[in-house]
Design a binder for this molecule. Structure first.
Ligand SMILES: Cc1cc2nc3c(=O)[nH]c(=O)nc-3n(C[C@H](O)[C@H](O)[C@H](O)COP(=O)(O)O)c2cc1C
Length: 134
């Protein structure tokens, strides 16, 4: 398990969009932008499924994910890799619904995608780009 630090939480909070990569069981790759996401505690990230199709199909058969986030102004960023569980009720799901409804009341979220973070890399340009942090 990897630990999401305070600085990483800040970058995630500032990020406009998460780049979310999944793969089918056969290794067919998929990457999409996701706007609705947040940190849950020190080891988990919540992403909200509003429109996911290939992403969700992939996660159901291959529950692994890579998520990159960055702060545009100073190019600071992180890549989180981990395992996923899907929740369609309960506290995390309601948390996601609340987040979406606050900005887009007409949307009806379908699921909460909970990422248990297993490894964290720097994507900040420079000598430490690609470095395993945790
Ligand atoms: C800027 C932007 C933000 C988006 N945010 C979300 C989001 O928060 N949740 C979501 O389910 N889809 C979101 N989408 C839609 C997905 O990127 C994508 O279209 C959807 O997952 C279907 O693609 P897929 O079949 O590859 O999963 C967003 C798209 C854009 C362009």
């Amino acid at each position: 398990m990897a630990r999401i630090t305070g600085e990483m939480k800040w970058v995630i909070g500032e990020a406009k969009v998460f780049a979310v990569a999944t793969a089918s069981k056969d290794g067919e790759l998929n990457v999409v932008p996701i706007a609705f996401g947040k940190v849950l505690g020190e080891e988990e990230i919540l992403l909200v499924d509003n429109f996911m199709k290939k992403t969700m199909e992939n996660l159901k058969t291959n529950p692994r994910i890579a998520v990159s986030v960055w702060k545009a102004g100073d190019s600071k960023g992180y890549q989180f890799k981990g395992d996923v569980r899907i929740e369609t009720s309960g506290r995390n799901f309601e948390d996601g619904v609340k987040m979406v409804k606050a900005k887009e009341p007409k949307l009806s979220p379908k699921a909460a995608v909970i990422v248990t973070v297993k490894s964290i890399y720097s994507i900040t340009p420079g000598p430490d780009a690609g470095k395993l942090l945790s």
